[in-house]
Design a protein. Structure first.
Length: 503
């Protein structure tokens, strides 16, 4: 037990802040200010996880444990390692930007809107730190409620359709995960994730548990062919909703694979790695072509998110092919670290792209590419930022978008040349659909008088864009601070994934 329950503070402080904000009815300015400062406070507090983290061990740190439902041996069990800690800091950081970005564009039921994001902050931290399966499941499902309300209340004209589709897809996938948890509990009488990782399982049991996890996490990432809810949800969601959805919620699926699938069902993961790799390559190549055909900026970036998250799942499941080919673990570690860096990088880039589109939408109230043109002439500062974000989205060296993708492609070469070749095409396709959008929206002559009247960034918008640009370029040139804290945990995960659990 730690002297100060830092993880509990990071979970319950934003949730409590959300409850307090709900009481600020008809006081929108106070609700906004309180939400911003409380989210900044939680972010600063979360940095204590980084400064107090021991990167030399793969053991769980900042552990908190208390009995919750003794009759079923369900515990309030929290802890983090090098895989979850960077995702928690990304969560608290993104929440600050999401809350700040909504200061001017949200005027209706402000206190409810802000409260939803504060509560999502706490719930997402809980998902990344829960070490009890039921605790994990409760928070995993609880996150659907505030996101459902954000899209359903403040979304676009088809928001009801988008929210119901989002809820049904993600809820459907989660049911399979719960069944897997209950089966493993029936075998050992514990819901501890650490006990699940240590328990022996027959190949048949691993096979079905792996498929249950695959369905749950594939929907959340989302992977082909269960990806269709994401573009609808993004298009209808308000800007901050899209930011949190892309930057954090998709990462929960990737986190599920490294926390559950690889360490708990290593033999089944080895047997079925071809399935995940195939679906990842389809997402990388096919979805990129779908992105090229989009006329709505948000939908284009939503599809690009699916392609980029394909890199995450590819990097995670290359390890068995690498080990079979080379017999050494360095390539497997490279692929997994690349996948983790890609998750952090995509969180920053997708947040930046959606916030940039939100800036234009606030001025013109349309996301159609054809409605723009020549924005650089009226918003030159904004155009510079969008160009930086677009280059990062395309994977330009020197930006964070390049680091994770390059590591995964390098790892893919150790597994199979053709897999690496197919994965590398994303650098071409990513540049194609991103630069095609930038060319038509940002450059050229001013297309109409509405664009001519657009005002450049306000001070608040400039600061948000600047913070994201520094993060994207900083991680691109110097990813070591993130890679160093996860390296030992990734090595441990590779050992778990290599060790058979057959009884």
């Amino acid at each position: 037990m730690t002297s100060f329950p830092l993880l509990s503070a990071l979970i319950w402080l934003p949730i409590l802040s959300g409850v307090l904000v709900l009481m600020m009815k008809n006081q929108p300015t106070m609700a906004k200010q309180f939400s911003l400062w409380s989210s900044i406070g939680v972010f600063v507090l979360s940095l204590g996880l980084y400064t107090g983290f021991d990167a030399t061990t793969a053991q769980m740190q900042f552990v908190e444990q208390a009995s919750w439902i003794p009759a079923f041996n369900i515990q309030y069990f929290l802890g983090i390692d090098g895989l979850s800690m960077p995702l928690i800091i990304l969560t608290t950081f993104t929440t600050v930007l999401a809350v700040w970005s909504a200061f001017e564009c949200i005027e209706d039921r402000v206190e409810q809107y802000m409260a939803a994001f504060l509560m999502m902050n706490g719930i997402m931290v809980a998902v990344f730190s829960a070490l009890d399966a039921i605790l994990f499941y409760v928070f995993w499902e609880a996150l659907l409620i505030p996101m459902f309300l954000v899209i359903g209340q403040w979304g676009g004209p088809k928001r009801v359709y988008a929210t119901i589709k989002f809820f049904l897809y993600t809820f459907f996938g989660s049911v399979f995960m719960l069944v897997a948890f209950l089966y493993m509990y029936s075998q050992i009488g514990s819901f501890s994730l650490l006990d699940f990782q240590a328990m022996p399982l027959s190949f048949v049991a691993q096979f079905w548990i792996f498929l249950a996890f695959l369905i749950a996490f594939a929907v959340k990432i989302p992977m082909f062919p269960v990806h269709t809810w994401l573009p609808d949800a993004h298009v209808e969601a308000p800007t901050a909703g899209s930011v949190v959805l892309a930057a954090i919620m998709l990462k929960m699926g990737g986190y599920g694979f490294v926390r559950f699938s690889l360490p708990m069902t290593p033999d089944a993961a080895n047997y079925l790695d071809w399935l995940v790799i195939s679906l990842s390559l389809i997402a990388i190549v096919y979805i990129a072509f779908v992105a090229l055909a989009q006329t709505d900026m948000k939908k284009l970036i939503a599809y690009s998110s699916i392609a980029h998250m394909g890199f995450v799942t590819l990097g995670m499941f290359l390890l068995y092919g690498i080990l079979a080919n080379t017999g050494e673990t360095q390539g497997a570690i490279l692929g997994l670290e690349g996948a983790m860096i890609q998750m952090i990088s995509h969180g920053l880039i997708s947040a930046a792209m959606f916030l940039g589109i939100g800036v234009m939408y606030d001025r013109l109230h349309t996301r159609e590419i054809s409605a723009y043109g020549g924005v650089v002439n009226t918003m030159p500062v904004f155009a510079v930022f969008m160009l930086i974000f677009a280059m990062a989205n395309a994977g330009l060296p020197g930006t964070s978008g390049f680091v994770g993708e390059f590591m995964v492609i390098l790892a893919a070469f150790k597994a199979n040349f053709w897999i690496a070749l197919a994965a590398a095409t994303t650098l071409i396709f990513g540049a194609a659909y991103t630069l095609w959008m930038i060319k038509r929206v940002i450059f050229g002559d001013v297309s109409n008088h509405h664009v001519a009247e657009m005002k450049d960034l306000s001070r608040r918008e400039f600061m948000i864009m600047l913070i994201l640009a520094i993060g994207i370029i900083g991680l691109g040139f110097y990813p070591a601070p993130v890679m160093d804290v996860m390296h030992t945990s990734v090595e441990h995960l590779v050992q778990q994934a290599m060790t058979s659990k057959l009884p």
